[in-house]
Each structure stands twice: as C-alpha cells, then as structure tokens.
Design a protein around this ligand. Structure first.
Ligand SMILES: [Zn+2]
Length: 394
C-alpha cells in the first residue's frame, strides 16, 4: 500500500487556525489520525474527532475532487492516503470557521454515504464512503469549481442569526426532579452544549437567558432575548409530564396556539412598558389600540415562522435518529413563547418521568447529537426564512 503526503498540501495547510477562535470551541483530530483507504471497491475516508463538529460533503469539478468541510476543526495532521483513487489531499485555510479537506481524484467517485457518529465519551467519527462513477455522472453532481463558494464565503457574507437559548427553570425553581436528575441543571447543560455547537458553525450569535443556576423571571428571559436582538427563541425543558397512559417519552416541540397569541397581544398592549413591546419599536405615547394593532401585524409574520421552525426541528431530530414523541408537534400557551416578533418554540428534550428518556438525556453524546440537529434545523430554517422574506419583499 502506498502512503502519500502531498507536498502541495503542506503549503495550503494553516497552522494559524488556533488564533482565530477561542480554544474551547475548537475540535481536535483524534490521536489515530484521519485516513483514506480502499476497502473492497469502496474508498473510505475516516476522520476521528475530539468532539462532533458541523460538516458538509460536496463534489467539485476542475480539478475533480470531493470536498469535506469541517466547522472549527484543528488539522494537526493531514489524512494518510492508502487509496488508488485519490492523488492528493489538501486542507484549506479556515474561513468563517470552516476548513475544507479536498480529495483530488485520479478517477471519478461519488459519495455513497457520509455519517458522523458520536461516542458516549463525546468523541466523534466522520465516515465518508465513495464509489467509482462515470465522468459524466460526476460532472452532473459536481458543484461549481470554487469550493469557497460552497463552504466559506457564503457564511462570511451573511448576517449571523441571533439565537436566544432559554434553559427553563433555575435557582429556587428546579423544574421536574426525578431520581438523580434535576430539570434545571439538565437543560442548562444542554443549553451550553447547544451554544457551543451553534457558535462553531460561524453562522450564529448566541445569548443564554440564564448562565447559571439562578431564578430568572419569564419577563426577564424575554427582555434578555429582545435586548440581544434575538431572531429566534428556543426554550429548553425536560418536564415530568405523564400522558394518559403514563408513558410519555421522546422529544416534543411546542409553539404558541393562535388563540393564546391573541390573548397575549391584548395583555402585552395593556400591561407592558411601551418600550419593551416590540424589538426596536418605541411605543411611548401610543395608545393601547395602536400597540395592539402593531402587535397583531408582527404576529401575522411571526406565527407561521415559528410553525416552520417547529416542523424543521422535529424533522431534524427524526433524521438524526433521535427518539421523538409519538405526537411531537404540539401547541402550548407557555408565557415564554409569547413575544410577538421573535419566532419562538419550546423543546421538551424528553420526559424525566420516563426511565428511557432519563438515561438518554444524561449522556453527553446524546446532548451533542440533539444540539447538532437543532443547528441543522436552524440553518435550514434561516435559508428558507430568507427566501420567504425575499418573496414577501417583492
Ligand atoms: Zn420545564
């Protein structure tokens, strides 16, 4: 077997990656190193990682290559090549948190599968399996030749979405308590992991409505989100609700029902400080009726966006193989979902009343997978939301 290290790759290899992002957010290559091998007609790329990171795979023409993009990964060593199909590997300089691993091909390959598995100790392994294909088929699947368009510059030029993560309960309010788990602690840990995963994509700014085990009122949570300019609000819970048959389990996502939104607007218009009603709108001096009308207008836009986010989250949880509830899409009149202008959902990560859920929720690997699914859903939602906004603007 031949084991090549391309000289050209060394020139592209960036050693300054560490200087660009805080060390806590960076993943390292696993000690066994990445490699590309021929395995019975299949070309297999394996990349062991100290923790799960966002990733993407694409084929690109001119020269023909397979590109695997990683969010904030430190490349301490290039992958070893033990495959007849791959001539060279290159790692691009990180851009907007992403670095691209390019496999320059001797013969056209198509990606048959690509999967990142997270182990219980939090380490992860990306495996990409590639099969020989025709040049014509390769060209059909290939992206435009500039890989930066695929991975880097798009993220860099976009305004980052501001995500408010709201870990439920805290302080004197522990939330649900079951056996050895306390909801308030669990959702705070999950919120911190989610924050880290979102920051690593380079596509989000994140604010937490509470950073520690302290009581924070629902009003204060919304004010924190609003003053951070949040574009989206995610409340995390893991309650001990029982279904009629006492077997509720899996992830459930709630949005505010329309009736509750109407009532919320009326209460908001009459009870709130006028400068705290709508992000960026000072309603000082405006009558309750004007405030109410503006809230209704904002809500007409926000409600369908919350609904879309709810559906995409459930889809992402499902496709990540995470256990979702038998009826995962629900409505609930939770006060924390009532802001008129910020699309908001409440995620029940599981039920502390369920033995199976308790076991799952406590695992760091599970929390990472859930965080990655939320990240995927938010990226999709942001893309579709932007398209939707463009259609409305025209
Ligand atoms: Zn709760």
């Amino acid at each position: 077997m031949r084991f090549l290290r391309a000289a050209a790759a060394a020139a592209l290899f960036a050693v300054s990656a560490q200087a660009q992002t805080p060390p806590a957010a960076l993943a390292q290559l696993g000690p066994e190193g990445a490699e590309i091998v021929d395995a019975g007609g299949t070309v297999v790329l394996t990349v062991p990682l100290s923790q799960a990171v966002p990733w993407r795979v694409a084929a690109s023409d001119g020269p023909p290559r397979i590109i695997v993009g990683f969010g904030d990964l430190v490349w301490s060593e290039l992958p070893g090549i033990a495959s007849q199909s791959v001539a060279e590997v290159q790692v691009s300089k990180p851009e907007a948190g992403w670095s691209d691993l390019s496999l320059l091909l001797r013969e056209p390959l198509s990606v048959a599968s690509a999967e990142m598995a997270t182990a219980e100790d939090g380490t992860a392994l990306l495996e990409v399996r590639m099969l020989p294909t025709t040049a014509e088929e390769f060209r059909r699947n290939a992206q435009p030749s500039d890989s930066k368009e695929i991975f880097g510059s798009r993220e860099a030029s976009e305004r980052r979405l501001v995500v408010a993560i709201d870990p439920g309960h805290g302080g004197i309010d522990p939330g649900a308590v079951a056996v050895d788990l306390i909801e308030a602690d669990l959702v705070l840990a999950a919120a911190r992991r989610l924050k880290e995963v979102l920051l690593r994509t380079g596509r989000f700014d994140v604010v937490l409505t509470r950073e520690e085990d302290a009581f924070v009122s629902l009003e204060a949570r919304l004010t924190t989100a609003r003053s951070a300019g949040a574009d989206v609000f995610l409340s995390l819970h893991a309650d001990a609700l029982e279904d009629v048959d006492g077997s509720a389990s899996g992830i459930t996502v709630y949005r505010l029902p329309n009736e509750a939104a109407e009532t919320a607007d009326e209460l908001l218009a009459t009870r709130h400080a006028p400068d705290d009603l709508l992000k960026g709108v000072d309603l000082t001096g405006a009558g309750d009726d004007v405030a109410l009308a503006l809230l209704h207008i904002a809500r007409r836009d926000t409600s369908p966006r919350s609904h879309a986010l709810q559906r995409m989250l459930i889809e992402a949880f499902r496709s990540s193989g995470l256990q979702v509830n038998s009826r995962p899409e629900r409505v609930g009149a939770f006060s924390v979902l009532k802001s008129a202008e910020i699309p908001s959902v409440l995620i029940e990560l599981g039920f502390l009343s369920s033995d199976k859920d308790r076991e799952r929720l406590a695992k760091a690997g599970w929390q990472d997978e859930a965080a990655m699914a939320v990240s995927e859903a938010l990226l999709r939602w942001q893309d579709e939301d932007r398209l939707r906004a463009e259609v409305i603007d025209e």
